[in-house]
Design a protein around this ligand. Sequence first.
Ligand code: ADP
Length: 508
Amino acid sequence: MSIRVKLLLSYIVMLILPVFLFLIAILMMGFAFFGDIKNTTRFYNIDLKEPHTITRLIYADDIFFTELKDVAKYAPQKLEDPRFLRGMDRELNKVQSGLIIRQGRQLVYTSPFFRDPAIIHALPPVFQKKVNDEEDEHEHHEIRVHHHWYSYKQYDFFTQDHQVMTIFILRDVSTLTHLARKFFRTIIITLFLALAVTNGLLTYLVSRSILKPLNVLKHATEQIKEENLDFRIVPTSKDELGELSLAFEEMRQKLKESIDLQLQYEENRKELISNISHDLKTPLTAIKGYVEGIRDGVADTPEKIEKYLSIIAKKAEDMDQLIDELFLFSKLDLKKLPFFFEHVEIVKYLDECIEEVKFDLEKHGISIKWARKIAPTIVIADREKLKRVIMNIIGNSVKFMNKTKGEIGFSLIDKPEKVVIQITDNGPGIDPEALPFIFDRFYRIDKSRNSLTGGSGLGLAIAKQIIEEHKGEIWAKSELNKGTTISFTLQKASKRTKGGSFEKDPDH
Ligand code: ADP
Protein backbone atom coordinates (compact mmCIF):
# COMPACT_ATOMS: atom_id res chain seq x y z
CA MET A 1 0.00 0.00 0.00
CA SER A 2 1.45 3.37 -0.96
CA ILE A 3 2.04 6.04 1.71
CA ARG A 4 -0.49 8.27 -0.04
CA VAL A 5 -3.26 5.62 0.32
CA LYS A 6 -2.13 4.88 3.89
CA LEU A 7 -2.47 8.54 4.86
CA LEU A 8 -5.84 8.85 3.14
CA LEU A 9 -7.17 5.75 4.93
CA SER A 10 -5.81 6.98 8.22
CA TYR A 11 -7.60 10.31 7.79
CA ILE A 12 -10.87 8.52 7.02
CA VAL A 13 -10.46 6.29 10.09
CA MET A 14 -9.57 9.37 12.11
CA LEU A 15 -12.97 10.79 11.24
CA ILE A 16 -15.04 7.66 11.70
CA LEU A 17 -13.47 6.03 14.73
CA PRO A 18 -13.91 8.94 17.19
CA VAL A 19 -17.61 9.15 16.30
CA PHE A 20 -17.95 5.45 16.91
CA LEU A 21 -16.03 5.63 20.19
CA PHE A 22 -18.06 8.64 21.22
CA LEU A 23 -21.35 6.81 20.63
CA ILE A 24 -20.14 3.85 22.67
CA ALA A 25 -19.16 6.25 25.47
CA ILE A 26 -22.60 7.89 25.42
CA LEU A 27 -24.25 4.48 25.61
CA MET A 28 -22.03 3.52 28.51
CA MET A 29 -22.89 6.74 30.33
CA GLY A 30 -26.57 6.00 29.86
CA PHE A 31 -25.92 2.54 31.22
CA ALA A 32 -24.18 4.01 34.25
CA PHE A 33 -27.05 6.41 34.80
CA PHE A 34 -29.95 4.01 34.38
CA GLY A 35 -28.28 0.98 35.87
CA ASP A 36 -29.02 -1.65 33.25
CA ILE A 37 -29.05 -2.14 29.54
CA LYS A 38 -32.84 -2.50 29.34
CA ASN A 39 -33.48 0.91 30.83
CA THR A 40 -30.70 2.49 28.81
CA THR A 41 -32.11 1.25 25.55
CA ARG A 42 -35.56 2.25 26.71
CA PHE A 43 -34.38 5.71 27.57
CA TYR A 44 -32.76 6.17 24.19
CA ASN A 45 -35.79 4.46 22.72
CA ILE A 46 -33.63 1.81 21.14
CA ASP A 47 -35.30 -1.45 20.37
CA LEU A 48 -32.43 -3.90 20.14
CA LYS A 49 -34.42 -6.20 17.88
CA GLU A 50 -35.89 -3.54 15.63
CA PRO A 51 -34.02 -1.66 12.92
CA HIS A 52 -34.23 2.11 12.38
CA THR A 53 -33.86 2.80 16.08
CA ILE A 54 -32.42 6.26 15.38
CA THR A 55 -35.60 7.24 13.50
CA ARG A 56 -37.68 5.83 16.28
CA LEU A 57 -35.66 7.75 18.82
CA ILE A 58 -36.62 11.00 17.17
CA TYR A 59 -40.20 10.27 16.16
CA ALA A 60 -41.30 7.84 18.90
CA ASP A 61 -44.43 9.61 20.10
CA ASP A 62 -45.16 11.12 16.66
CA ILE A 63 -46.60 7.79 15.62
CA PHE A 64 -49.04 7.79 18.53
CA PHE A 65 -49.85 11.42 18.00
CA THR A 66 -50.76 10.84 14.37
CA GLU A 67 -52.79 7.78 15.32
CA LEU A 68 -54.74 9.75 17.95
CA LYS A 69 -55.40 12.52 15.46
CA ASP A 70 -56.83 10.01 13.01
CA VAL A 71 -59.02 8.63 15.78
CA ALA A 72 -60.20 12.19 16.56
CA LYS A 73 -61.15 12.74 12.95
CA TYR A 74 -62.71 9.41 12.00
CA ALA A 75 -63.77 7.72 15.28
CA PRO A 76 -63.99 10.46 17.95
CA GLN A 77 -66.29 8.29 20.11
CA LYS A 78 -63.22 6.10 20.85
CA LEU A 79 -61.74 8.99 22.78
CA GLU A 80 -64.49 8.54 25.33
CA ASP A 81 -63.65 4.87 25.75
CA PRO A 82 -61.43 4.57 28.90
CA ARG A 83 -60.11 1.14 27.82
CA PHE A 84 -58.86 2.49 24.51
CA LEU A 85 -57.29 5.50 26.22
CA ARG A 86 -55.57 3.34 28.89
CA GLY A 87 -54.17 1.05 26.20
CA MET A 88 -52.84 3.99 24.25
CA ASP A 89 -51.35 5.52 27.40
CA ARG A 90 -49.57 2.27 28.25
CA GLU A 91 -47.93 2.24 24.82
CA LEU A 92 -46.89 5.86 25.31
CA ASN A 93 -45.46 5.09 28.75
CA LYS A 94 -43.08 2.67 27.07
CA VAL A 95 -41.48 5.63 25.30
CA GLN A 96 -41.41 7.81 28.41
CA SER A 97 -44.58 9.69 27.41
CA GLY A 98 -48.13 10.00 28.64
CA LEU A 99 -51.57 11.00 27.45
CA ILE A 100 -53.94 13.76 28.65
CA ILE A 101 -57.35 14.39 27.04
CA ARG A 102 -59.30 17.48 27.83
CA GLN A 103 -62.79 18.47 26.83
CA GLY A 104 -63.37 22.16 27.33
CA ARG A 105 -61.88 22.62 30.80
CA GLN A 106 -62.78 19.10 31.94
CA LEU A 107 -60.14 16.36 32.01
CA VAL A 108 -61.35 13.23 30.19
CA TYR A 109 -58.19 11.17 30.68
CA THR A 110 -54.96 11.77 32.56
CA SER A 111 -51.96 9.49 32.43
CA PRO A 112 -50.96 8.28 35.93
CA PHE A 113 -47.51 9.82 35.32
CA PHE A 114 -48.90 13.31 34.87
CA ARG A 115 -51.61 13.51 37.57
CA ASP A 116 -49.86 16.44 39.28
CA PRO A 117 -52.37 19.33 39.18
CA ALA A 118 -49.49 21.76 38.63
CA ILE A 119 -48.73 20.05 35.34
CA ILE A 120 -52.34 20.09 34.28
CA HIS A 121 -52.59 23.69 35.27
CA ALA A 122 -49.49 24.57 33.26
CA LEU A 123 -50.91 23.12 30.06
CA PRO A 124 -52.11 25.83 27.70
CA PRO A 125 -55.82 26.35 27.07
CA VAL A 126 -56.96 25.90 23.52
CA PHE A 127 -53.99 26.27 21.24
CA GLN A 128 -53.37 29.82 20.04
CA LYS A 129 -53.55 28.76 16.42
CA LYS A 130 -56.71 27.88 14.60
CA VAL A 131 -58.38 24.78 15.81
CA ASN A 132 -57.87 21.80 13.48
CA ASP A 133 -54.84 23.51 11.96
CA GLU A 134 -52.56 20.72 10.75
CA GLU A 135 -49.45 22.77 10.11
CA ASP A 136 -48.19 22.80 13.63
CA GLU A 137 -48.79 19.19 14.45
CA HIS A 138 -45.17 18.10 14.89
CA GLU A 139 -44.07 21.10 16.77
CA HIS A 140 -42.73 20.42 20.25
CA HIS A 141 -43.51 22.80 23.10
CA GLU A 142 -42.20 22.79 26.57
CA ILE A 143 -43.48 23.66 30.02
CA ARG A 144 -41.58 23.82 33.29
CA VAL A 145 -43.12 22.54 36.48
CA HIS A 146 -41.17 22.27 39.81
CA HIS A 147 -37.76 22.28 38.06
CA HIS A 148 -38.98 19.65 35.64
CA TRP A 149 -39.22 20.11 31.93
CA TYR A 150 -42.01 18.52 29.96
CA SER A 151 -42.31 18.56 26.22
CA TYR A 152 -45.78 18.24 24.83
CA LYS A 153 -47.73 17.97 21.60
CA GLN A 154 -51.17 19.42 21.36
CA TYR A 155 -54.06 18.78 19.04
CA ASP A 156 -57.34 20.74 19.34
CA PHE A 157 -60.50 19.75 17.51
CA PHE A 158 -64.24 20.13 17.67
CA THR A 159 -66.45 17.31 18.78
CA GLN A 160 -69.78 16.64 17.08
CA ASP A 161 -71.54 18.67 19.79
CA HIS A 162 -69.21 21.62 18.98
CA GLN A 163 -67.08 21.39 22.05
CA VAL A 164 -63.31 21.88 21.90
CA MET A 165 -61.41 18.74 22.71
CA THR A 166 -57.64 18.69 23.19
CA ILE A 167 -55.22 15.78 22.99
CA PHE A 168 -51.88 16.22 24.77
CA ILE A 169 -48.93 13.89 24.54
CA LEU A 170 -46.45 14.75 27.27
CA ARG A 171 -42.91 13.64 27.79
CA ASP A 172 -40.74 14.26 30.82
CA VAL A 173 -37.49 15.55 29.33
CA SER A 174 -35.87 16.66 32.55
CA THR A 175 -34.15 13.27 32.91
CA LEU A 176 -32.37 13.91 29.63
CA THR A 177 -31.51 17.47 30.66
CA HIS A 178 -30.32 16.19 33.99
CA LEU A 179 -28.29 13.51 32.29
CA ALA A 180 -26.80 15.99 29.85
CA ARG A 181 -25.94 18.39 32.67
CA LYS A 182 -24.48 15.68 34.85
CA PHE A 183 -22.37 14.16 32.10
CA PHE A 184 -21.57 17.31 30.14
CA ARG A 185 -17.93 17.42 31.28
CA THR A 186 -17.52 13.68 30.90
CA ILE A 187 -18.99 13.86 27.40
CA ILE A 188 -16.56 16.58 26.36
CA ILE A 189 -13.62 14.73 27.95
CA THR A 190 -14.73 11.50 26.26
CA LEU A 191 -14.93 13.26 22.93
CA PHE A 192 -11.40 14.59 23.32
CA LEU A 193 -10.17 11.25 24.60
CA ALA A 194 -11.71 9.46 21.61
CA LEU A 195 -10.03 11.95 19.29
CA ALA A 196 -6.71 11.69 21.09
CA VAL A 197 -6.72 7.87 21.21
CA THR A 198 -7.62 7.56 17.54
CA ASN A 199 -5.14 10.17 16.40
CA GLY A 200 -2.40 8.80 18.63
CA LEU A 201 -2.93 5.23 17.48
CA LEU A 202 -3.09 6.09 13.79
CA THR A 203 -0.16 8.48 13.98
CA TYR A 204 1.86 5.78 15.71
CA LEU A 205 0.94 3.12 13.12
CA VAL A 206 1.52 5.33 10.07
CA SER A 207 4.69 6.91 11.38
CA ARG A 208 6.08 3.51 12.37
CA SER A 209 5.63 2.29 8.79
CA ILE A 210 7.54 5.39 7.62
CA LEU A 211 10.14 5.62 10.37
CA LYS A 212 11.21 1.97 10.28
CA PRO A 213 12.50 2.02 6.66
CA LEU A 214 13.92 5.51 7.25
CA ASN A 215 15.93 4.16 10.17
CA VAL A 216 17.23 1.33 7.99
CA LEU A 217 18.33 3.90 5.39
CA LYS A 218 19.92 6.08 8.06
CA HIS A 219 21.86 3.09 9.35
CA ALA A 220 22.93 2.27 5.77
CA THR A 221 24.15 5.84 5.19
CA GLU A 222 26.22 5.65 8.37
CA GLN A 223 27.75 2.36 7.19
CA ILE A 224 28.68 3.93 3.84
CA LYS A 225 30.15 6.93 5.67
CA GLU A 226 32.36 4.49 7.55
CA GLU A 227 33.39 2.98 4.19
CA ASN A 228 31.61 -0.28 4.84
CA LEU A 229 29.73 -1.41 1.75
CA ASP A 230 29.36 -5.08 2.66
CA PHE A 231 25.69 -5.11 3.64
CA ARG A 232 22.34 -5.42 1.96
CA ILE A 233 19.29 -3.19 2.20
CA VAL A 234 16.13 -5.30 2.03
CA PRO A 235 13.00 -3.21 1.35
CA THR A 236 10.35 -3.88 4.00
CA SER A 237 7.41 -2.46 2.04
CA LYS A 238 6.27 -1.93 -1.52
CA ASP A 239 5.46 1.76 -1.11
CA GLU A 240 7.49 4.85 -2.04
CA LEU A 241 9.96 4.09 0.77
CA GLY A 242 10.37 0.54 -0.53
CA GLU A 243 11.27 2.03 -3.93
CA LEU A 244 13.72 4.38 -2.25
CA SER A 245 15.33 1.43 -0.42
CA LEU A 246 15.68 -0.44 -3.73
CA ALA A 247 17.30 2.61 -5.36
CA PHE A 248 19.60 2.93 -2.35
CA GLU A 249 20.59 -0.74 -2.61
CA GLU A 250 21.36 -0.29 -6.32
CA MET A 251 23.49 2.75 -5.47
CA ARG A 252 25.38 0.74 -2.84
CA GLN A 253 26.09 -2.04 -5.35
CA LYS A 254 27.33 0.44 -7.99
CA LEU A 255 29.50 2.20 -5.42
CA LYS A 256 30.97 -1.10 -4.28
CA GLU A 257 31.68 -2.16 -7.87
CA SER A 258 33.37 1.15 -8.60
CA ILE A 259 35.48 1.01 -5.41
CA ASP A 260 36.45 -2.60 -6.15
CA LEU A 261 37.47 -1.56 -9.67
CA GLN A 262 39.46 1.32 -8.26
CA LEU A 263 41.24 -1.05 -5.87
CA GLN A 264 41.90 -3.42 -8.76
CA TYR A 265 43.44 -0.57 -10.80
CA GLU A 266 45.57 0.40 -7.84
CA GLU A 267 46.71 -3.19 -7.42
CA ASN A 268 47.52 -3.43 -11.15
CA ARG A 269 49.52 -0.22 -11.04
CA LYS A 270 51.59 -1.45 -8.10
CA GLU A 271 52.13 -4.78 -9.83
CA LEU A 272 53.13 -3.00 -13.03
CA ILE A 273 55.76 -0.87 -11.27
CA SER A 274 57.15 -3.90 -9.44
CA ASN A 275 57.32 -5.91 -12.72
CA ILE A 276 59.03 -3.11 -14.61
CA SER A 277 61.58 -2.60 -11.82
CA HIS A 278 62.26 -6.31 -11.67
CA ASP A 279 62.58 -6.72 -15.45
CA LEU A 280 64.98 -3.79 -15.70
CA LYS A 281 66.95 -4.73 -12.61
CA THR A 282 67.80 -8.29 -13.80
CA PRO A 283 69.74 -7.35 -16.99
CA LEU A 284 71.27 -4.34 -15.25
CA THR A 285 72.66 -6.56 -12.46
CA ALA A 286 74.08 -8.88 -15.10
CA ILE A 287 75.68 -5.97 -16.98
CA LYS A 288 77.21 -4.66 -13.74
CA GLY A 289 78.54 -8.14 -12.94
CA TYR A 290 80.23 -8.56 -16.33
CA VAL A 291 81.69 -5.02 -16.19
CA GLU A 292 83.12 -5.84 -12.75
CA GLY A 293 84.50 -9.07 -14.22
CA ILE A 294 86.37 -7.16 -16.91
CA ARG A 295 87.57 -4.50 -14.45
CA ASP A 296 88.75 -6.98 -11.84
CA GLY A 297 90.60 -8.93 -14.50
CA VAL A 298 88.39 -12.03 -14.23
CA ALA A 299 88.18 -11.83 -18.01
CA ASP A 300 91.87 -12.11 -18.51
CA THR A 301 92.08 -13.16 -22.16
CA PRO A 302 90.95 -11.10 -25.17
CA GLU A 303 88.47 -13.92 -26.01
CA LYS A 304 86.94 -13.79 -22.54
CA ILE A 305 86.73 -10.01 -22.67
CA GLU A 306 85.05 -10.29 -26.07
CA LYS A 307 82.59 -12.85 -24.66
CA TYR A 308 81.79 -10.63 -21.67
CA LEU A 309 81.32 -7.62 -23.91
CA SER A 310 78.96 -9.47 -26.24
CA ILE A 311 76.89 -10.62 -23.22
CA ILE A 312 76.77 -7.01 -22.00
CA ALA A 313 75.70 -5.89 -25.48
CA LYS A 314 72.96 -8.59 -25.59
CA LYS A 315 71.63 -7.60 -22.14
CA ALA A 316 71.62 -3.93 -23.12
CA GLU A 317 69.71 -4.85 -26.29
CA ASP A 318 67.20 -6.86 -24.21
CA MET A 319 66.69 -3.85 -21.97
CA ASP A 320 66.31 -1.59 -24.95
CA GLN A 321 63.70 -3.94 -26.42
CA LEU A 322 61.88 -4.19 -23.11
CA ILE A 323 61.79 -0.40 -22.77
CA ASP A 324 60.51 -0.13 -26.35
CA GLU A 325 57.78 -2.66 -25.61
CA LEU A 326 56.90 -0.94 -22.37
CA PHE A 327 56.74 2.36 -24.13
CA LEU A 328 54.50 0.92 -26.85
CA PHE A 329 52.29 -0.82 -24.32
CA SER A 330 51.87 2.26 -22.15
CA LYS A 331 51.04 4.40 -25.19
CA LEU A 332 48.45 1.82 -26.30
CA ASP A 333 47.11 1.64 -22.75
CA LEU A 334 46.76 5.40 -22.55
CA LYS A 335 45.26 5.43 -26.08
CA LYS A 336 47.95 7.85 -27.13
CA LEU A 337 49.25 5.89 -30.10
CA PRO A 338 47.73 7.06 -33.38
CA PHE A 339 46.22 4.40 -35.63
CA PHE A 340 46.18 4.77 -39.41
CA PHE A 341 43.29 2.62 -40.55
CA GLU A 342 43.01 1.78 -44.21
CA HIS A 343 41.38 -0.76 -46.49
CA VAL A 344 43.63 -3.78 -46.61
CA GLU A 345 43.16 -6.85 -48.80
CA ILE A 346 43.88 -9.42 -46.10
CA VAL A 347 44.77 -12.45 -48.29
CA LYS A 348 47.47 -10.50 -50.12
CA TYR A 349 48.61 -8.89 -46.88
CA LEU A 350 49.10 -12.28 -45.20
CA ASP A 351 50.92 -13.54 -48.32
CA GLU A 352 53.40 -10.70 -47.89
CA CYS A 353 53.82 -11.29 -44.15
CA ILE A 354 54.47 -14.99 -44.65
CA GLU A 355 56.94 -14.27 -47.43
CA GLU A 356 58.76 -11.93 -45.05
CA VAL A 357 59.15 -14.41 -42.16
CA LYS A 358 59.44 -17.61 -44.18
CA PHE A 359 63.21 -17.50 -44.57
CA ASP A 360 63.82 -16.78 -40.92
CA LEU A 361 61.45 -19.56 -39.79
CA GLU A 362 63.07 -22.09 -42.07
CA LYS A 363 66.37 -21.27 -40.38
CA HIS A 364 64.73 -22.39 -37.11
CA GLY A 365 63.53 -25.59 -38.78
CA ILE A 366 59.88 -24.39 -38.83
CA SER A 367 57.71 -24.83 -41.90
CA ILE A 368 54.70 -22.69 -42.77
CA LYS A 369 51.27 -23.91 -43.88
CA TRP A 370 48.96 -21.31 -45.33
CA ALA A 371 45.36 -22.29 -46.13
CA ARG A 372 44.14 -19.59 -48.47
CA LYS A 373 40.51 -20.72 -48.29
CA ILE A 374 38.71 -17.49 -49.05
CA ALA A 375 38.38 -15.06 -51.90
CA PRO A 376 40.21 -11.73 -51.64
CA THR A 377 38.65 -9.78 -48.76
CA ILE A 378 39.05 -6.15 -47.78
CA VAL A 379 39.40 -5.46 -44.06
CA ILE A 380 39.98 -2.30 -42.07
CA ALA A 381 43.42 -2.33 -40.45
CA ASP A 382 46.50 -0.36 -39.54
CA ARG A 383 49.09 -2.25 -41.61
CA GLU A 384 52.03 -1.58 -39.34
CA LYS A 385 50.26 -2.42 -36.08
CA LEU A 386 48.67 -5.52 -37.57
CA LYS A 387 52.16 -6.70 -38.55
CA ARG A 388 53.21 -6.22 -34.94
CA VAL A 389 50.35 -8.51 -33.80
CA ILE A 390 51.26 -11.21 -36.30
CA MET A 391 54.97 -10.95 -35.47
CA ASN A 392 54.33 -11.18 -31.72
CA ILE A 393 52.23 -14.34 -32.20
CA ILE A 394 54.72 -15.97 -34.59
CA GLY A 395 57.55 -14.82 -32.30
CA ASN A 396 56.01 -16.79 -29.40
CA SER A 397 55.55 -19.89 -31.57
CA VAL A 398 59.23 -19.73 -32.51
CA LYS A 399 60.40 -18.86 -28.98
CA PHE A 400 58.58 -21.73 -27.32
CA MET A 401 58.89 -24.32 -30.13
CA ASN A 402 60.10 -27.64 -28.69
CA LYS A 403 59.74 -29.89 -31.76
CA THR A 404 62.48 -30.61 -34.25
CA LYS A 405 59.96 -30.34 -37.08
CA GLY A 406 58.19 -27.19 -36.11
CA GLU A 407 55.06 -26.10 -37.97
CA ILE A 408 53.16 -22.85 -38.06
CA GLY A 409 49.83 -22.76 -39.87
CA PHE A 410 47.90 -19.73 -41.08
CA SER A 411 44.19 -19.83 -41.91
CA LEU A 412 41.60 -17.25 -42.75
CA ILE A 413 37.90 -17.82 -42.05
CA ASP A 414 35.21 -15.74 -43.70
CA LYS A 415 32.33 -14.54 -41.46
CA PRO A 416 29.41 -12.26 -42.46
CA GLU A 417 30.94 -9.03 -41.20
CA LYS A 418 34.45 -10.04 -40.25
CA VAL A 419 37.31 -12.40 -40.95
CA VAL A 420 39.01 -14.68 -38.41
CA ILE A 421 42.77 -15.11 -38.69
CA GLN A 422 44.20 -18.18 -36.98
CA ILE A 423 47.87 -18.85 -36.29
CA THR A 424 48.56 -22.39 -35.09
CA ASP A 425 51.78 -24.04 -33.94
CA ASN A 426 52.73 -27.56 -32.85
CA GLY A 427 54.75 -26.30 -29.86
CA PRO A 428 54.48 -27.25 -26.16
CA GLY A 429 50.98 -25.86 -25.72
CA ILE A 430 49.77 -23.85 -22.73
CA ASP A 431 48.51 -25.18 -19.41
CA PRO A 432 44.67 -24.74 -19.31
CA GLU A 433 45.04 -23.01 -15.93
CA ALA A 434 47.41 -20.42 -17.42
CA LEU A 435 45.47 -19.95 -20.66
CA PRO A 436 43.04 -17.25 -19.41
CA PHE A 437 45.98 -15.03 -18.32
CA ILE A 438 48.31 -15.07 -21.29
CA PHE A 439 46.89 -11.78 -22.63
CA ASP A 440 47.56 -10.04 -19.30
CA ARG A 441 50.59 -7.74 -19.18
CA PHE A 442 53.78 -9.22 -17.78
CA TYR A 443 52.21 -12.66 -17.63
CA ARG A 444 54.77 -15.37 -18.22
CA ILE A 445 54.08 -18.99 -17.44
CA ASP A 446 57.66 -20.06 -16.76
CA LYS A 447 59.62 -17.04 -15.65
CA SER A 448 63.05 -18.70 -15.71
CA ARG A 449 62.55 -20.11 -19.22
CA ASN A 450 61.24 -16.80 -20.43
CA SER A 451 64.21 -14.93 -19.13
CA LEU A 452 66.25 -17.24 -21.31
CA THR A 453 64.04 -16.64 -24.31
CA GLY A 454 63.99 -12.95 -23.54
CA GLY A 455 60.22 -12.62 -23.22
CA SER A 456 58.85 -9.58 -21.43
CA GLY A 457 55.34 -10.92 -20.97
CA LEU A 458 54.04 -7.97 -22.96
CA GLY A 459 53.83 -9.50 -26.45
CA LEU A 460 50.26 -10.83 -26.26
CA ALA A 461 49.08 -7.89 -24.11
CA ILE A 462 50.24 -5.55 -26.90
CA ALA A 463 48.54 -7.78 -29.52
CA LYS A 464 45.30 -7.62 -27.53
CA GLN A 465 45.41 -3.82 -27.23
CA ILE A 466 45.98 -3.45 -30.98
CA ILE A 467 43.20 -5.88 -31.95
CA GLU A 468 40.76 -4.21 -29.57
CA GLU A 469 41.64 -0.87 -31.17
CA HIS A 470 40.60 -2.54 -34.47
CA LYS A 471 37.26 -3.40 -32.81
CA GLY A 472 38.15 -7.07 -33.01
CA GLU A 473 38.60 -9.89 -30.52
CA ILE A 474 41.57 -12.13 -29.73
CA TRP A 475 41.61 -15.49 -27.99
CA ALA A 476 43.70 -18.62 -27.60
CA LYS A 477 43.10 -22.36 -27.66
CA SER A 478 45.77 -24.76 -26.62
CA GLU A 479 46.47 -28.34 -25.74
CA LEU A 480 49.56 -29.33 -23.78
CA ASN A 481 52.20 -31.01 -25.93
CA LYS A 482 50.10 -30.58 -29.07
CA GLY A 483 50.24 -26.89 -29.78
CA THR A 484 48.57 -23.51 -29.54
CA THR A 485 46.17 -21.57 -31.75
CA ILE A 486 45.84 -17.81 -31.40
CA SER A 487 42.82 -16.38 -33.27
CA PHE A 488 41.72 -12.80 -33.86
CA THR A 489 39.07 -11.02 -35.87
CA LEU A 490 39.16 -8.00 -38.19
CA GLN A 491 36.20 -6.07 -39.52
CA LYS A 492 35.37 -6.28 -43.19
CA ALA A 493 35.34 -3.04 -45.14
CA SER A 494 33.03 -3.84 -48.06
CA LYS A 495 29.87 -5.79 -48.71
CA ARG A 496 29.80 -8.84 -50.93
CA THR A 497 28.48 -8.13 -54.44
CA LYS A 498 26.18 -10.39 -56.48
CA GLY A 499 28.98 -12.12 -58.40
CA GLY A 500 30.65 -13.29 -55.19
CA SER A 501 33.62 -10.95 -55.69
CA PHE A 502 34.34 -7.87 -53.55
CA GLU A 503 33.88 -4.23 -54.29
CA LYS A 504 37.25 -2.90 -55.23
CA ASP A 505 38.68 -0.48 -52.76
CA PRO A 506 39.97 2.61 -54.57
CA ASP A 507 42.99 2.87 -52.25
CA HIS A 508 44.05 -0.64 -52.97
P1 ADP B 1 56.40 -13.26 -23.77
O1 ADP B 1 57.06 -12.00 -24.07
O2 ADP B 1 56.84 -13.89 -22.51
O3 ADP B 1 56.28 -14.19 -24.90
P2 ADP B 1 53.59 -13.00 -24.21
O4 ADP B 1 52.62 -12.03 -23.69
O5 ADP B 1 53.83 -12.95 -25.68
O6 ADP B 1 54.90 -12.80 -23.40
O7 ADP B 1 53.11 -14.43 -23.82
C1 ADP B 1 52.73 -14.71 -22.52
C2 ADP B 1 53.02 -16.15 -22.13
O8 ADP B 1 52.17 -17.07 -22.84
C3 ADP B 1 54.39 -16.58 -22.53
O9 ADP B 1 55.34 -16.25 -21.55
C4 ADP B 1 54.25 -18.06 -22.69
O10 ADP B 1 54.43 -18.69 -21.45
C5 ADP B 1 52.83 -18.26 -23.15
N1 ADP B 1 52.74 -18.43 -24.62
C6 ADP B 1 52.41 -17.53 -25.54
N2 ADP B 1 52.39 -18.05 -26.79
C7 ADP B 1 52.76 -19.34 -26.65
C8 ADP B 1 52.96 -20.43 -27.58
N3 ADP B 1 52.74 -20.28 -28.89
N4 ADP B 1 53.31 -21.63 -27.08
C9 ADP B 1 53.49 -21.80 -25.75
N5 ADP B 1 53.33 -20.83 -24.81
C10 ADP B 1 52.98 -19.60 -25.27
